[in-house]
Write a protein of this length. Structure first.
Length: 225
């Protein structure tokens, strides 16, 4: 058993070192890509960093809140239980609307919508507090018919993780709201337009081989490689 533990710890250490090295190389590549997209404006880079952090947090919210919903639906799925129908008809659509609305507000820098989304995220913490009280209620713990008897520790970890992620998402969303109207949306839109034009020019060059060389030269003359 001791040798197995040492082997597992060694594998973790090797994996950690590998991730550090790969992350450093990825940071250099991503940093250069961001520089080509946004230029040398430090404030723009910071706004883009907060934007990407919010995107990552929203994706993590989808995973962990979805995991929580699956666990709760499987545990309390009863036709005659009102909590089951509240879970299906209220909380699940609420989560979908909030997350989709967050992506929509972030992509278009819609300040009022993002503020409403942040307020909804903070309000949802009350629901999770209610669920903690409900799951840990002394009237059902270690009693016959306890629906959470076998999954209470895992469910509590999931709920705590969801609460931490939602709080972090709300804080980062406020930071993104402060960065709205700073020119980041226009810079990203310009980069997307430039990429579309490059693809269009490449398609034209493929259809006209005799002018491919000149088209490539005119397209890449002022490009940053």
């Amino acid at each position: 058993m001791q040798m197995m533990q040492i082997g597992v710890m060694t594998m973790y250490a090797v994996a950690l070192v590998s991730l550090v090295v790969l992350s450093y190389k990825l940071k250099k590549d991503v940093g250069w890509s961001v520089f080509k997209r946004l230029g040398a404006d430090i404030s723009m880079h910071r706004a883009y960093m907060w934007r990407q952090c919010l995107v990552i947090l929203l994706k993590a919210d989808i995973y962990f809140v979805g995991s929580y919903l699956v666990q709760m639906t499987a545990l309390i799925l009863k036709d005659d239980d009102i909590e089951t129908w509240l879970q299906i008809t209220v909380f699940i659509p609420f989560c979908i609307v909030v997350i989709v609305g967050a992506f929509y507000a972030l992509s278009g820098e819609r300040r009022r919508l993002m503020m409403c989304i942040s307020a909804c995220m903070v309000a949802s913490l009350g629901y999770f507090v209610f669920k903690i009280v409900r799951v840990c209620n002394s009237d059902i713990v270690n009693k016959p018919g306890d629906p959470y008897a076998d999954s209470r520790p895992f469910l509590m970890i999931t709920i705590a993780t969801c609460m931490l992620l939602i709080m972090a998402t709300a804080v980062v969303s406020v930071k993104c709201i402060q960065n709205f109207d700073s020119g980041l949306k226009e810079a990203i839109a310009y980069e997307e337009m430039r990429i579309r034009h490059q693809r269009m020019y490449a398609a034209v060059a493929d259809n006209e081989p005799e002018t491919a060389g000149s088209a490539k030269i005119s397209r890449d003359r002022f490009a940053l490689d």
